[in-house]
Design a protein around this ligand. Structure first.
Ligand code: PEP
Ligand code: MN
Length: 342
């Protein structure tokens, strides 16, 4: 249930409403906007009559939220969320591009990638150091050493760092080096992991599960938001369908669906979405045209020898071209993008 206070409701009125909701057994989350305060009451009390609250001083409206996700819903927050990754804002008018290799492999590889993506206008360096691989015999990532390399490379080029956390025990080490935590598709419904990600207080990039519905995805976002962490960004990265010509099917209709149901920003990852280098650029353009707040793109200095996801990784010059094409689309849909930095 969402309780919208009147513009100008005073602190004692707000506190009385919170106390009344607590008395009825609800947990209350408070969001104070510039104009008015909104209270989110969480708890299942089918017998509760909202008029008990509607009648209190300072209350403007009471809405029952029919969706099972509350804090992720538009009813809870009607304005779009601007997630903050340091001074990079995701969900504002400017599109944000996160780019880098699938895995951090060496100092040389991550430094050259950071230089190339920063030059083309990306502001966040991506790269996995704890890798979720289908085979236990495949490269599993460099662990903390990779995080150190990535932090140095990002700092040398004025970039932020996003990297994947696979288990709660990695939260401390990732927190030392990263600006944003990625929850991968395979872990979208790992609820203890989502809670810990929320508790770190770092912004969280939540990828859609391989066969997750949009509702399930928003319920996973709810786990992070319920830890009082408002900086959640969704990432559409393709779902598994019957189609074998692409690695996954990039569900771009998720972008407008999320935009209408949730206030959370959403970015598109056409690299995992298609699995094929020559399909990344058209789907990046389409993602931005569909209204995404940014992109995640895999690039590699020499994709043919990449230790993971080489076939979907772009060469540096292809990434540069992608950025220039996406800039034109951004302009056409009323968005801006950072310019090249050389
Ligand atoms: C990745 O970003 O490299 C990754 C493993 O992504 P996903 O979880 O979407 O498969
Ligand atoms: Mn990858």
């Amino acid at each position: 249930m969402v309780v919208v206070m009147q513009v100008g409701a005073n602190e004692s009125q707000i506190e009385s409403v919170i106390a009344a909701l607590n008395d009825h057994g609800f947990d209350v989350h408070r969001s104070s906007g510039s104009e008015r305060t909104v209270l989110g009451a969480v708890g299942v009390h089918p017998e509760f009559d909202p008029r008990h609250i509607e009648l209190l001083d300072g209350v403007s409206d009471v809405h029952r939220v029919s969706e099972p996700y509350k804090f992720a819903s538009r009813a809870w927050k009607s304005e779009p969320t601007e997630a903050k990754v340091g001074d990079v804002i995701i969900g504002g008018n400017e599109l944000v591009v996160m780019a880098g290799p699938c895995s951090v492999e060496s100092e040389e590889q991550i430094h050259s990638s950071a230089a190339a993506v920063a030059k083309a206008g990306a502001t966040i360096l991506r790269g996995g150091s704890f890798k979720p691989r289908s085979s236990p015999y495949a490269f599993q990532g460099l662990g903390e050493n990779g995080l150190i390399m990535m932090r140095e490379a990002a700092d040398a080029h004025g970039l932020k760092v996003v990297t994947e956390m696979m288990e709660p025990a990695q939260a401390d080490v990732i927190g030392q080096y990263a600006d944003m935590i990625q929850i991968g598709a395979r872990n979208m419904q790992n609820y203890p992991l989502l809670r810990v990600a929320g508790q770190t207080g770092l912004p969280v990039l939540l990828k859609r599960g391989l066969s997750a519905t949009i509702k399930e995805w928003l319920m996973s976002a709810e786990y992070i938001l319920a830890e009082n962490n408002p900086n959640v960004v969704l990432c559409e990265r393709g779902i598994r369908t019957f189609e074998p010509y692409t690695r996954n099917t990039l569900d771009l209709s998720a972008v407008p669906v999320i935009k209408s149901r949730s206030h959370l920003p959403i970015i598109v990852d056409p690299s995992h979405g298609t699995g094929l280098r020559n399909k990344v650029m058209p789907m990046a353009r389409a993602g931005v045209a569909a209204g995404a707040d940014g992109l995640m793109i895999e690039v590699h200095p020499d994709p043919d020898v990449a230790l993971s996801d080489g076939p979907q990784s772009l060469f540096f010059d292809q990434f540069d071209e992608l950025m220039s094409q996406v800039r034109d689309i951004a302009k056409a849909v009323g968005r801006t993008m950072p310019s090249r930095t050389d």
